[in-house]
Design a protein around this ligand. Structure first.
Ligand SMILES: Cc1ncc(COP(=O)(O)O)c(C=O)c1O
Length: 394
């Protein structure tokens, strides 16, 4: 039986607020914070450089974290690269893949700006971009519509696994299979899936998977993960310290992956904290976490939908993301009132996905999002607070 109250003891800040903004960033459990403290207090050194004991200890712990994160995502550690966030991972691919003028990329209208702008930017060098629309207001992409958009010039399909605006879960396994059948590579934006639902990259077989360390994986801010199935396909846009095995005259030889993609000193304490956070997640079990989060989110959506003054967006079979609006009130006002009156933290705005918000024909939404530490009582608190807003709009 999933014991959410035991879990909450590892997240002290939750005694102060009702935190329903885990889609933006999650709280980090005490064992992960302690692992970072231990780095600073006991053995801080640089990674991969130096023979002394602190450098060796740091390198071992950093690489242990890589093993842990890769095992959690069922990925090969040598293809698992640490980044500072999802956005950096996607940009690394966009700027390191051998795109040339005339190439074609397919993405979708429901993408976060981080999985849209890096592709739109390539238009400047003559790459064509096609944006596939969702089937309807639930924010679901029909894999067939992606396949229809492919041409003999298409090099990449870039699609999110879970939309941060709709909470919709895309059929990424089918999309990957269909796209591969056409000889095209696939990038999955897993910012809202990793840690919230089982992700098995070896089975999914996508070419790139970018995610955050600071969201479902419960690591600290400033951490991210990029999986690259065929590292030789990319020539890293970032080179420098840590990426080369030799330099002679005007030539250099790059290290094999993942070192060639991690230029400069990385976020060492962050990665070590992320490794410990992932161990924490493993102990609880991602299947249990998914069940818990989706149950709370679906119940919240159903209860909000019963209120006449509230409009809820997204599909019934949603991940832990519940976007809504209160008729007659701006989303930012709703978020401020919830915070001021009940210490409920929800996100409001366009959620860095303006095309999605335009598609819903609104200028913003309120978004309640769930993680492993949220409770039924917190759902009741949100429902009570939103229900009370009726007095303001009646
Ligand atoms: C679907 C999606 N993609 C990408 C991002 C960007 O993530 P990061 O802040 O880790 O760069 C987010 C952030 O919320 C997101 O929800």
């Amino acid at each position: 039986m999933y014991d959410v109250h035991a879990v909450r003891k590892d997240f002290p800040v939750l005694s102060k607020v009702v935190y329903l903004d885990s889609t933006a960033t999650t709280q980090t459990p005490v064992p992960a914070v302690e692992a970072m403290n231990e780095y600073f207090y006991e053995y801080a050194g640089n990674h991969g450089r130096g023979a002394h004991r602190l450098a060796r200890e740091t390198t071992t712990r950093y690489e242990d974290a890589r093993e842990r994160v890769a095992a959690f995502l069922k990925a090969d550690p040598s293809k698992t690269v640490f980044t500072k966030n999802t956005t950096e991972g996607i940009n690394l691919v966009a700027n390191s893949f051998p795109f040339k003028a005339g190439d074609h990329i397919v993405t979708t209208l429901i993408e976060h700006h981080s999985n849209l702008l890096p592709w739109l930017r390539l238009q400047k060098m003559g790459v064509e971009v096609t944006i596939v629309k969702p089937e309807g207001p639930e924010g679901l992409i029909d894999p067939e519509s992606i396949e229809k958009a492919l041409t003999d010039r298409t090099k990449l399909v870039a699609v999110t696994q879970v939309s941060n605006v709709f909470g919709s879960v895309q059929a990424v396994a089918r999309i990957t299979k269909m796209t591969h059948r056409n000889g095209v590579k696939v990038l999955i934006d897993g910012a809202q899936s990793a840690g919230h639902m089982p992700v098995e990259l070896s089975a999914l077989d996508c070419d790139f998977f970018a995610t955050a360390g600071h969201k479902g994986l419960l690591g600290p801010q400033g951490t991210g993960v990029l999986y690259i199935k065929e590292p030789d396909l990319l020539e890293s846009a970032f080179v420098g310290g840590g990426t080369v095995s030799g330099v002679e005259g005007l030539n250099y030889v790059l290290e094999p992956s993942p070192a060639c993609f991690e230029a400069g000193t990385p976020n060492i304490p962050g990665v070590i904290g992320l490794g410990r956070a992932v161990e924490y997640l493993e102990d609880i079990g991602v299947f249990e976490i998914e069940k818990h989060e989706t149950r709370l989110a679906r119940e919240t959506a159903a209860r909000l939908s019963e209120m006449e003054h509230v409009e809820v967006y997204g599909p019934t079979e949603r991940a832990g993301v519940v976007p809504f609006n209160v008729r007659g009130l701006h989303a930012h006002d709703v978020a401020l009132i919830l915070d001021q009156s009940r210490k409920i933290c929800v996100r409001s705005g366009h959620h860095c996905a303006i095309p999605s918000i335009n598609f819903l024909e609104v200028d913003s939404t309120v978004r309640a999002s769930f993680a492993l530490y949220n409770t039924e009582e917190e759902v009741d608190a949100l429902i009570g607070a939103v229900s009370d807003l009726k007095a303001l709009v009646a």
